[in-house]
Design a protein around this ligand. Structure first.
Ligand code: NDP
Length: 442
């Protein structure tokens, strides 16, 4: 893989939390690994006043990398500032700003009329609903070609997520059973212990469905269920994801709120924002018609974990299964914090009786692969610098995903649940016991 040279990286909103916790540390790590080297400049911008020294000292990074950091207040004239720093063949602008500032900032940078090739990287949330996502896309399209826009979904950069396609298409044994003939249901569980902490301002206006489902979890589902792309070319992969997203129908949503939420700093005392949601959806295509997909996601529950479960149909009630008590096979994709795959199987218990036990086979990243597993933002920034769009989301993908939720957001009652516990499910289904797999690969 080629290293990056002669590149200027502008971080708009460089005094913010994302720049401090993720972006600058990720660039520092890429620099230490030698992936970005020779004639690199990182320019922080914003409304705040910083000298270069103050800006550099606000990050815990090596002195060597810090010498490549510069600060420029506001945007007007940044082109000349960068020209004075050196000759760069490419400029990547990371909008690490509140979403309300994306369109204005994108225009301000376009007004600078850089001579070099420019890409613009945008963080989630990309829109608030279908109409706002469409508007933002059209505003960006006034100044940038789609090939210059990189919309981040950091879930896509996780190794365990990228492995979903390899698992499906690199292993002959799984591909034939990946359909409604063999699968009983698909269940996605994405939960965390943390409450909203300091993100109340953003979260209370969004809720967990906008924060997690429309973007990250639908992307996971698309990779899990889409048809095989013709090639790994980003265009071909996105085509299949869009096809899959277009066949989804949101059938049922239940919303919940943790009991201490309305007392959190910055939250409306009568807020009806959901902090937990359960969703049932269907995928109406030849492969998946009739197979329910359940999504369960939220904050302030008993543990952190993102897992996808594929539950297979039970074997027929013959032989060892006359009573129908052999557990169905399940495949669990563990996405975070521990990464791996677990396959549940039935096995004969040693001894004379024909007793069957549920056992498992597993693959864990931390046991099978040693060495550096780069953090998501390292991968995303490196790909943004290389101009590789594979891990970024297109305008059509975001709009298609938002469209699914038209008329379905912020609807219905919010039921309160005890902080630190999963709310009682309103779906009369057998949820996969995801807690059972929590310690696998840990
Ligand atoms: P912040 O709210 O900390 O804002 C970043 C910077 O933007 C601020 O320091 C400020 O810098 C500038 N800013 C604030 N308001 C405005 C405005 N109205 N117009 C122009 N500039 C403004 O954001 P974060 O750093 O937390 O996040 C950046 C983006 O990334 C957001 O869209 C967020 O939703 C997204 N994101 C953040 C995550 C995180 O972990 N923090 C995780 C996932 C996504 P100055 O005052 O110097 O101009």
């Amino acid at each position: 893989m080629k290293n990056i040279h002669n590149c200027a990286i502008i971080i708009a909103g460089a005094s913010g939390d994302l720049a401090k916790r993720k972006l600058i540390p990720a660039l520092d790590a890429l620099y230490k690994q030698g992936k970005i080297c020779n004639n690199i400049a990182v320019i922080g911008t914003g409304r705040s006043n910083f000298t270069n020294e103050q800006f550099r000292s606000s990050f815990a990074i090596s002195d060597d990398f810090a010498s490549h950091l510069h600060y420029y207040k506001n945007t007007a004239g940044i082109k000349q500032f960068i020209e004075a720093l050196g000759q760069f063949s490419k400029i990547v602008i990371f909008l690490s700003l509140p979403p309300s500032a994306y369109a204005v900032a994108a225009k301000e940078f376009a007004d600078e009329r850089f001579e070099q090739q420019v890409s613009i990287v945008i963080e989630k949330p990309f829109g608030y609903d279908y109409a706002s996502a469409k508007l933002l896309n059209s505003q960006l399209a006034e100044y940038y070609d789609e090939s210059q826009i990189l919309r981040i979904d950091h879930y896509l950069a996780k190794e365990a997520v990228q492995n979903i396609m390899v698992f499906r298409y690199g292993n002959t044994v799984f591909n034939p059973v990946w359909n409604s003939h063999y699968v009983e249901s698909i269940q996605i569980n994405a939960i965390e212990q943390l409450t909203i902490i300091e993100r109340a301002g953003y979260f209370d206006k969004s809720g967990i469905i906008r924060d997690m489902v429309q973007n990250h979890l639908l992307q996971l589902l698309a990779l899990l269920t889409m048809e095989a792309p013709v090639t790994l070319n980003p265009h071909d992969v996105k085509m299949q994801k869009i096809c899959l997203l277009n066949s989804i129908k949101i059938e049922e949503i239940h919303r919940y709120q943790y009991d201490t939420y309305r007392g959190e700093n910055g939250v409306d005392s009568e807020s009806t924002t959901e902090t937990f949601a359960e969703i049932r959806l269907s995928i109406n295509n030849m492969r998946w018609a009739g197979i329910p997909v359940y999504i369960r996601t939220g904050k302030a529950v008993h543990r952190k974990g993102t897992e996808i479960g594929v539950r297979f149909k039970a074997p027929p009630k013959v032989l060892f299964n006359e009573n129908g008590d052999i557990p169905a096979n399940q495949i669990i994709f563990k996405i975070q914090p521990a990464e791996g795959i677990v396959l549940d199987i039935a096995t004969k218990t040693p001894g004379a009786d024909e007793q069957i036990s549920p056992t498992y086979m597993n693959f864990c990243y931390n046991q099978n692969f040693t060495g550096n597993n780069p953090e998501a933002y390292q991968k995303l920034l490196f790909d943004a610098l290389r101009g590789d769009h594979t891990l970024f989301v297109s305008a059509e993908e975001t709009e298609t995903a938002w469209k699914l939720f038209e008329g379905k957001l912020d609807r219905g009652d919010v039921v309160h649940y005890t902080t630190g516990k999963l709310p009682q499910s309103k779906f009369d289904i057998r949820w996969i016991d995801f807690d059972y797999y929590a310690n696998f690969c840990a």
